[in-house]
Design a binder for this molecule. Sequence first.
Ligand SMILES: Cc1ncc(C[n+]2csc(CCOP(=O)(O)OP(=O)(O)O)c2C)c(N)n1
Length: 893
Amino acid sequence: MSSADAARLADEEENNEWREALASLLDAAGPERVRQILDLLATDGRHPVIGWQPTLGTPYVNTIAVERQPPFPGDLAIEERLASWMRWNALAMVVRANQAYGELGGHIASYASAADLFEVGFNHFFRGGAARESDLVFYQPHSAPGVYARAFLEGRLNEQDLAHYRQELAAARVGARGLSSYPHPWLMPDFWQFPTGSMGLGPISSIYQARFMRYLQHRGLLDTGSRKVWGVFGDGEMDEPESMSALTLAAREKLDNLVWVVNCNLQRLDGPVRGNGRIIEELEALFGGAGWRVIKLVWGSDWDGLFARDTQGALVRAFSATVDGQFQTFAAKDGRYNREHFFGQDPALAALAQGLTDEQIDRLKRGGHDLVKIFAAYHAAVHTAGQPTVILAQTKKGYGMGEAGQGRMTTHQQKKLEREDLIAFRNRFALPLTDEQAASLAFVKPAADSPEMQYLHARRAALGGFVPARTSTAEPLPVPPRPRWAQFATAADGKEMSTTMAFVRMLGGLLKDPVLGPRIVPIVADEARTFGMANLFKQIGIYSFNGQAYEPEDIGSVLSYREATDGQILEEGISEAGAISSWTAAATSHAVHGLAMLPFYIYYSMFGFQRVGDLIWAAADQRARGFLLGATAGRTTLGGEGLQHQDGSSLLQASTVPNCRAYDPCFAGEFAVILDHGMRALLERQEDVFYYVTLMNENYPQPSLPEGVDQDILRGLYRFAEHPPTQPAVGRVRLVGSGTILREVIAAAQILAAEHGVHAEVWSATSFSELDREARDVERHNRLHPTAAPRTSHLQRCLAGDDPVIAASDSVRAWPQLAGAHLRAPFTALGTDGFGRSDTRAALRRFFEVDRGHVVLAALTALRAQGKVTAEACAAALAQLSLDAEAAAPWTV
Ligand SMILES: Cc1ncc(C[n+]2csc(CCOP(=O)(O)OP(=O)(O)O)c2C)c(N)n1
């Protein structure tokens, strides 16, 4: 024997001794003791001299050993039948819709893979009932047909409703209920709770909902202790940055009220998720590294016997050499192929498969299709303390669709099945349908007194009621009278401040209200100091699930950094996606928890609609109620910060969200009116709207609020001032300004009146989008009712006639143009289109051509078009105002 062989032999002997020692410890002292010893050795092994590093992966087998599986508490046969019927009805719904109208779309394969994962949840885990008792469940969006199929068997939807899957408009015409493509609370407000149709938003949102439940608990507002948040998501969906971005937060805050089930069917839309790798392995390392408990649910019970007989570890070896693209092919092929190509790889495997028929090999289940194994995983998850849990469930995409879809590359979009495919599916799942019924896509609906239906209802009754279900039962909250918190702003009398400062002071006042105060949720993404909110740290504390384990450096200061378990501020760090998800959780508390909260998320406006617009859209779908405050708004108020910080588009984007009320006030008094009205809309009248309001960091004198303008401020426009000329008027103009640019407009009006003989009115446009909204309604009404007395909008009443209107704002021109489109008068929009620059505010306003000089020139030019001012007068003004006629337009690229 060579010396190398001798050394190898010695190593092997030594290996065996260690393993035997471990095995005898297991026998003698049990698994807990084994874990302790391994922890001990791991600590020693990490000594720098040894430098051992654990691999984050474990073998490709179930985390819960068969010996540790709890007994299945249900009637397996009934649950399997129910799951089969759900599968069929979901499939029938989609195929029917597409037979009728090929354009409707829909998905079969995703739910086919997820049905068992859902059904175990529905039969054993997802708690229903009143908002304050039920679990929060996030459903994979393209599995919605399965959820409808269940609601059908539960008697919550009828055949007519199912017949109107993805036909919401046609349904309304025949008195049926249209079923939305994906979970949309806006469209089905008593059914869906959480919109998940945009991949990645469900995952991040579920984390922040779970965290918000803890926040409510720790602040003593609501007992959310026993409720869970469940999320069923796709493995492809895990590619989204949002899916991943808050994993460590969930672990750091020990969110053991959170369970994710990742449906690892190994495919996404185009093909395999990780064709050349193993997504389960990758996610195991990722989640494990982030601090989650990872439960792999890879193989079904049929494999238990094979593993038991596999004394040589051939299966684990073969799995570790098989990539997902190959697993997908195995899923798409029959038992014979699997025998030849999987079990045929080596003699040990072939021996294992010897006692199995091809049919049995074909039916070997993956873990996510085995109710008993799924139950064991969920059971372990809900009994996990101190950590969130992810269950990585291996399934087959298009499970049971046979030749027509199972494991096929194209299965995601498969929505038409031939007669033979339908009959094969019927046979595969032993559905109680004749050939004709199968071919004609009859729904399965057993009699109410059948054991299956009784079982289904008994299970839901035991779990508190049906899910999903959305209710909105929160008590209204009274808003304290405005003078109590906004007197300083409405009677400012020329005092200098920024609207951001005004907001912070109003917030301080509102926080003191004994009823409303505790319901306020201030949210920041590491910018509280930027907005002058540091005083709140000490006053109301920063929420921290475990208090403050350190002495803050500034402990002696009145502004000291205070974290507390009952802290009120949600400080989300540098995660706008996280902060907006937190805001959504608070803004939907009225429905999710039956407890109205009032969130204020204040942020650099540039990092709002532009950065996380899709999350805002989802919040809108979810009927969020709260305030988004776009601070340092506009392209010229944040002088030095430049291109990536100066925002000119949020207001325009906000205007496209149907239930968002967007305002751009210049003055603190205007802001107070908007805030007062908004809070009453959300909390007293309980309207499903939210507010986007801009705030500026620019200090300027704040006028007192004029008498009687409240309603007009809310409508979006009021007359602020009028400047008659000192000499005989050459003409009249209406100057309209929004946000800080109103101040340029006021200055321009003075110049026009004093130096150009122009009669100038000044209008403060608090919201071009509200003006547009009402004017649109009026126009539409007049169009559809040609013989009725025509209506007039507020906008048209304010700016009637032909005198030119010049509207300027710190946003892109399209923002004021929202109003311009409804006016008869000549309309000129000035705005800040183009990339931002770093410079002073004055320089930026000149560059973007929204300063007083450019407003004056625009007004004169409009009067020139009416023959009231000469070209020479315009040229003279240009020179006098030092405007550069040859400068490149700011939007030039
Ligand atoms: C943000 C976003 N991008 C793309 C889509 C389109 N889309 C819907 S489902 C899907 C594939 C999902 O794959 P996976 O998460 O693995 O789920 P499976 O259907 O395989 O269970 C895609 C790309 C979407 N809905 N949202």
